[in-house]
Design a protein around this ligand. Structure first.
Ligand SMILES: Cc1cc2nc3c(=O)[nH]c(=O)nc-3n(C[C@H](O)[C@H](O)[C@H](O)COP(=O)(O)OP(=O)(O)OC[C@H]3O[C@@H](n4cnc5c(N)ncnc54)[C@H](O)[C@@H]3O)c2cc1C
Length: 388
């Protein structure tokens, strides 16, 4: 097999899965892999609700890339942001170009700070930001969480567990928690009971005014809903994803005559891909069949979850190998999940899980599987780094 240049853009759940899967292949030495990622480390966003509350846990959420390519000297990491994708090359923020034989776009999604790494900040700035929030939480008497989705509930659970004297209030516009999801009513009911057990107050049916003007997080802030006012020493905005990091692909419209944004992105601005992970446009423009996308930024699965991003990344890596082995007809096809499996941790001891077919379990199992450890070791092992 000839040497092939594989470029992976984005080094989190999906990007790391692509790389680790490719490295397992017996011919991995023939793939010269380049990871392009602006951060120094893989940020475990699923650990962010605890990292924000517990300064000791914070360091476990940043896994350095140092050992990712330890025994593979032909591979490298470029600490940059990709701004353009063109046929067989990507353009970086600093103007440099990187050529590829295969490209996998794993640029994910955004979420309000400090719950996801923002590529416009340095890793050190991000860590300092979380440390500041952490110290403000410790001084707080009352904390408001605007948004009753999974992240809002997890943040409330972490604060209430570590600081039982702080009054934690979730304010939601819905008439129940997780109102924007189709998780079972059984799960929602268990979740609500557990939050009450932690003395978290839940205020329903309240639309906060001028929410768009409210910062991602703020200190000593008053918000209004109608004539009612709510004040928090810390206020977090956990109202869902802030968008998908898919803009870099739009440069293909400059290259392919007549191609429009709608050919590349779906209604949520996720990259349109085939079930193999290849760009959907490769059906009409086969010269682009070497470009793949997976994880949150692609529409391979409707659900945006870390474990699915990992599974998608593994499938795409296998398809890169199959394509290279000229086995195009055998490319694997991703089957989107039909169920709503989710494990929600509320601090270290509590939590709820929805299993397939709407079956739910409570704290005993959820804390053993997720809440205590948050799968941190799994990811440190994946990147071949000793956590302690
Ligand atoms: C607070 C929180 C808690 C969560 N908890 C869970 C959970 O418990 N379980 C679960 O399954 N899911 C959870 N999720 C969802 C999960 O985090 C996402 O599904 C997952 O992060 C998707 O992984 P990804 O690799 O697609 O993208 P991301 O994790 O978004 O990573 C994208 C990477 O690409 C990089 N990047 C972005 N743009 C560029 C560019 N232009 N050039 C180069 N690099 C770029 C970024 O720096 C980042 O490293 C949670 C999300 C949040 C916000």
């Amino acid at each position: 097999m000839e040497t092939k240049r594989v470029v992976v853009v984005g080094g989190a759940y999906s990007g790391v899965a692509v790389i680790t899967q490719l490295l397992k292949h017996p011919l991995s030495g023939n793939f010269h892999i380049t990871l392009i990622e602006p951060s120094d480390s893989f940020f475990l966003s699923h650990g962010a609700p605890r990292a924000v509350v517990d300064a000791n846990f914070l360091k476990h959420c940043f896994i350095p890339y140092t050992n990712l390519f330890l025994k593979h000297e032909n591979n490298k990491i470029i600490k940059q942001k990709v701004v353009k994708v063109l046929k067989n090359l990507v353009v970086l923020d600093n103007g440099n170009k990187v050529e590829f034989d295969y490209l996998i776009i794993c640029t994910g999604s955004s979420y309000a700070s400090p719950f996801k790494y923002n590529i416009n900040k340095s890793t050190d700035e991000f860590i300092e930001e979380i440390k500041l929030i952490n110290s403000k939480i410790q001084e707080s008497k009352e904390i408001l969480i605007i948004g009753g989705g999974i992240v809002g509930c997890e943040v409330a659970g972490e604060i209430a567990t570590d600081y039982p004297n702080i009054k934690v209030k979730i304010i939601t516009s819905g008439k129940k928690l997780l109102s924007n999801t189709n998780q079972s009513s059984n799960l929602v009911s268990k979740l609500t009971t557990q939050l009450h057990k932690l003395n978290v107050e839940i205020v329903y049916n309240k639309k906060i005014q001028f929410l768009e003007n409210l910062k991602e997080y703020s200190f000593k802030t008053t918000v209004k809903s109608g004539s009612e006012e709510f004040t928090g020493d810390c206020v977090f905005k956990t109202i869902g994803f802030g968008g998908f990091n898919s803009n870099l692909i739009l440069s293909l419209t400059e290259e392919i005559e007549g191609l429009k944004e709608i050919d590349l992105l779906d209604e949520f601005k996720r990259i349109k891909v085939l079930k193999t992970g290849q760009l959907e446009i490769s059906k009409n423009f086969p010269e682009y069949k070497n470009i793949f996308s997976c994880g949150d930024v692609s529409n391979l699965d409707f659900q945006t979850k870390a474990y699915l991003a990992g599974m998608e990344g593994e499938l795409v890596a296998k398809n890169v190998v199959l394509l290279e082995e000229l086995k195009e007809s055998q490319l694997l096809k991703y089957k989107p999940t039909a169920h709503n499996f989710i494990a929600i941790s509320l601090g270290r001891n509590l939590g709820v899980t929805e299993l397939p077919y709407g079956f739910t379990v409570g704290s005993c199992l959820t804390s053993r599987v997720k809440s205590r450890s948050l799968f941190i070791d799994k990811y440190w092992n994946l990147l071949n780094v000793d956590k302690d």
